[in-house]
Design a protein. Structure first.
Length: 99
C-alpha cells in the first residue's frame, strides 16, 4: 500500500518534470493570458563557460606574473563558481526545462 503511493507520487513528479515545468517561476502566469516565464538557460550556459574560461586564463596569467596570491585565489574561486553554475544549468536542461 505504502509502496504503491510512493510510486504514484514519484511517477507524478517525473511526469511534471518531463513536461518542462512551464510557468513555474510565475505563480499567476495563467491569469489574464500571460505567457509562462522561460529562463534563458542556453544564454546562461554560454556566459558561465565564458566566465570560467576567462577566470581560469587570468588566474594562470596572474600566477605566472607573480601577482599576490590573493588575486589568483579570487580568480580561482570565481572559476569554481562558474563550474558549479555550469553543472546546475546542465542538470536543469537534462531535466527538461525549456530555455
Amino acid at each position: 500500500m505504502v509502496g504503491e503511493v510512493r510510486r504514484d507520487k514519484e511517477s507524478a513528479r517525473r511526469k511534471r518534470f518531463s513536461e518542462g515545468l512551464p510557468g513555474h517561476h510565475d505563480p499567476i502566469a495563467g491569469i489574464g493570458g500571460a505567457s509562462p516565464a522561460y529562463s534563458a538557460l542556453t544564454l546562461r550556459l554560454c556566459l558561465a563557460v565564458l566566465g570560467f574560461l576567462t577566470c581560469t586564463a587570468l588566474a594562470i596569467w596572474t600566477y605566472a606574473l607573480d601577482v599576490p596570491i590573493g588575486f589568483v585565489a579570487a580568480l580561482v574561486v570565481l572559476a569554481a563558481a562558474g563550474v558549479v553554475d555550469i553543472a546546475v544549468i546542465v542538470r536543469r536542461k537534462r531535466r527538461g526545462e525549456p530555455g
